[in-house]
Design a protein around this ligand. Structure first.
Ligand code: RRO
Length: 319
């Protein structure tokens, strides 16, 4: 049996499989299928200061090996989230990663401040990369200075006991440039990746399938892009931990992210077809690591970056 303890910088989790933000609300629906406390953590849908109804429908479209969403940050607002969703998760013993969002830096700060001191909050995922906003200027993660401003302000305002991870967009020329700006602003790690901006045209109506026109592409179609981003950020900033995500459906998919440098993974779009996917992926990942001779998950993190000599030195590992 491999020791599956996951280390995300200052945060230790009993295992490395989490939900992905936006795909499981605050975990209640998934709890019908498995105990949410059995996951490394539940990552909640991005929450803003005030309630928000999101974009008009239709908001989802199928694509080859994936889907497009255009939810537009629908949510109950931070006060209701704390009173209802966070309270429910705490009652059920789940560790919680709260994804926070804002239309400007002050809103991120307000949300982060309200979450300070809540014992169920294991970490904040600072979503600076939502593609479904009115203006691309609001996608902070497409601009290094804007990213740095938000991350620096959240780091100063948030509870020092709550690590903050920046969720980055793959829709940039060089993701390591944005990652470095976040690192300089005091981020504790990265969530990689958010969805890619896409567009589907319905050939019957001959108009865009989504009311919001563009949407975020997720699912297995984006997995190689996500693994590439994890690889690049791990290479650039090996001291900062990565939570990897993008099209994970199986333990071997998760293993790919771990070998590329992720310390833990989020399972997202897969839950729409198979609500038990996160817990199945956890079991499959454990078996895959044990089969390959890894005594600990830690030994596998970034393994694909090692030289042949370094791999051979890990005698316990069958290579
Ligand atoms: O709510 C959304 O439409 C949304 C968000 Br916040 C995000 O970060 N990524 C995405 O694909 N959709």
């Amino acid at each position: 049996m491999t020791d599956l303890t996951a280390r995300l910088g200052p945060l230790t989790l009993p295992n490395p499989v989490l939900t992905a933000s936006g795909c499981a609300a605050a975990g209640r629906e998934l709890h019908q299928f498995f105990d949410v406390a059995a996951l490394g953590a539940v990552v909640t849908k991005s929450i803003m200061a005030k309630p928000r109804s999101g974009r008009p429908t239709p908001r989802m479209a199928e694509t080859p090996s994936g889907m497009l969403n255009s939810i537009g940050l629908q949510g109950p607002g931070i006060d209701s989230f704390i009173a209802n969703d966070l309270a429910w998760l705490a009652e059920h013993g789940a560790r919680v990663v709260v994804s926070i969002a804002g239309t400007h830096t002050d809103e991120y700060v307000e949300v982060a401040r309200k979450l300070a001191g809540h014992p169920a909050v294991a970490m904040l995922e600072v979503n600076i990369s939502c593609p479904n906003v009115e203006s691309r200027g609001q996608v902070f993660a497409c601009d290094a200075i804007a990213s740095s401003r938000v991350i620096g302000a959240v780091r100063r305002a948030a509870d020092p006991a709550q690590p903050i991870f920046a969720k980055l967009s793959p829709d940039v020329t060089d993701i390591t440039f944005i990652a470095r700006a976040c690192a300089d602003a005091g981020v504790d790690g990265f969530s990689l990746i958010n969805t890619l901006l896409g567009l589907v045209i319905d050939t019957d109506t001959m108009t865009p399938a989504l009311a919001g026109l563009t949407g975020g592409l997720s699912g297995p179609a984006i997995r190689p892009v996500a693994v590439r981003c994890v690889w690049q950020v791990r290479n650039a900033l090996p001291h900062l931990p990565i939570l990897g995500m993008g099209g994970i459906r199986s333990g071997l998919d998760a293993l790919e992210f771990i070998l590329a440098g992720a310390s833990a993974v989020s399972v997202g779009t897969a839950v729409f077809g198979d609500p038990s996917a996160p817990i199945r992926v956890l079991a499959e990942l454990g078996a895959a690591l044990a089969e390959r001779g890894f005594e600990t998950l830690q030994d596998a993190v970034g393994f694909a970056h090692l030289s042949t000599a370094e791999r051979a030195a890990r005698a316990a590992v069958r290579v």
